[in-house]
Design a protein around this ligand. Structure first.
Ligand code: SAH
Ligand code: SF4
Length: 409
């Protein structure tokens, strides 16, 4: 079986980059912010705009992480930039590669003005014709969804825009997605054939509680003069922070995934407690108003299958009713157990019945794909995994579900 959830130990020794200096990074700044930062350290006003586009190209088209590789920037200017800024990647504490090519990286970010140093994980899922990167937005989470392991951990801190973006840059480095160093300056890397073709904000944390940093990072990731990811290939998953869903539509414009998990307010209040603040009616209104929806641009509704809790055919029926009129896809997620949880994953039989009902109502169901069985098997298998592995495995699993059935091409 393609065992995505049982990753091999490192296939090669964990890579170690030098620790980042405690100086500000030029990564993750908007063009305006970068311009201001350059002016503050003495770049002449008349040069600022030109320097920003030069740097933008080197950082996001060429993916350089060393000022000395910026061959069309004068040595003096490079030295000056080096004295004030860093563009180094985070430290890769561990890299693991699965038999099916799934990779995960444990990354360490230094404190650098954003609280204490933190470690986070990023997962890459390769597939036929595409590859999906699952990115974290926070360390821990302030929300307390009762079935979610992250929800039992306090929020350590929000990730900065740099740290969110660094996960993508690092993955592109490691997968060889940036052009060779000797490619002439100005070369645009072709979007076709890239290893990271899709991004899902489905790692740790609630992205809409870190709105500004997530927005900045995603706008840079989808900037046509830089990393150039299509907004249709970027999916942001939220537990349902209604005001920021409107803002996401207006200000970011990426694809949306909603962690629905229940179709009645009383149950959703228990599973996803933010529902008390933003109940289903308000959530569905925000979904209906999401700009640009069509059959080709649908909202993904994530639904974790919890035995005897939300997995009855009655629930399936109400789910279909709730989503009526919304261009939607449904991702059924077998519950991934963790130590201390009272929930259990629904039986395969029940998941199939649920999926069949949804199928009959016209929604494609991920469980029916050949990989479904492997995933369900892995769901039980996770019981023996270490705590950290489990969290990452859920990320890997989630990203794959979305890659398979969620995000559009
Ligand atoms: N905070 C955001 C994004 C991260 S969680 C959100 O809630 O949408 C990504 C997905 O994994 C969410 O749909 C979440 O509900 C789901 N999830 C969390 N814990 C899980 C578990 N133990 N088993 C299966 N899915 C889980
Ligand atoms: Fe936070 Fe999402 Fe987990 Fe809820 S499901 S606790 S919002 S990470």
């Amino acid at each position: 079986m393609t065992d995505i959830l049982s990753l091999d130990r490192p296939a090669r020794p964990a890579a170690r980059a030098p620790a980042l200096a405690e100086m500000p990074s030029l990564i993750g700044l908007t063009r305006d912010e970068m311009g201001k930062a350059l002016a503050e350290v003495g770049v002449p006003e008349r040069q600022v705009k030109m320097r920003v586009s030069q740097l933008w190209h080197w950082l996001y088209v060429r993916g350089v992480s060393d000022f000395d590789h910026m061959t069309n920037v004068s040595k003096d200017m490079r030295e000056m930039l080096k004295r004030h800024f860093t563009i180094a990647r985070p430290e890769v504490v561990e890299e693991q590669i699965s038999t099916d090519g799934t990779r995960k990286w444990l990354l360490r970010f230094p404190a650098r003005g954003a609280g204490r140093p933190v470690e986070i994980e990023t997962v890459y899922i390769p597939e036929e014709g595409r590859g999906t990167l699952c990115i974290s937005s926070q360390v821990g989470c302030t929300l307390t969804c009762s079935f979610c392991h992250t929800g039992t951990q306090k929020l350590v801190r929000n990730l900065t825009a740099e740290e969110i973006l660094a996960q993508l840059l690092l993955a592109r480095d490691r997968l060889g997605d940036f052009p060779d160093r000797d490619t002439p300056p100005g070369t645009i890397a072709p979007a076709e054939g890239r290893k990271v073709s899709n991004v899902v904000m489905m790692g740790m944390g609630e992205p809409l509680y870190n709105f500004e940093s997530v927005k900045t990072a995603l706008l840079i990731a989808t900037d046509g003069d830089g990393l150039s990811l299509s907004k249709r290939r970027v999916t942001l998953s939220t537990s349902g922070i209604v005001p920021e869903i409107y803002r996401t539509g207006e200000e970011i414009g990426v694809m949306l995934a909603i962690s629905l998990h229940a179709v009645r307010d009383d149950l959703r209040d228990m599973l996803v407690p933010i529902n008390k603040k933003y109940p289903l009616k308000a959530l569905m209104e925000a979904c209906r108003a999401y700009p640009g929806l069509s059959n080709a641009r649908r909202i993904t509704f994530e639904y974790v299958m919890l035995e005897g809790v939300n997995d009855s055919l009655e629930d399936a029926k109400e789910l279909v009713k709730l989503l009526k009129g919304v261009p939607a896809k449904i991702n059924l997620i077998p519950f991934n157990p963790w130590p201390g949880t009272n929930y259990q994953c629904s039986s395969w039989d029940q998941i199939e019945k649920f999926a069949d009902f949804i199928n009959a109502a016209g929604y494609a169901s991920p469980i029916r794909t050949p990989r479904g069985r492997d995933i369900l098997a892995a769901c039980g298998q996770l019981k023996s995994e270490s705590e950290r592995m489990r969290k990452v495995d859920r990320m890997a699993f989630e990203a794959m579900m979305i890659a398979n059935h969620g995000a559009d091409d």
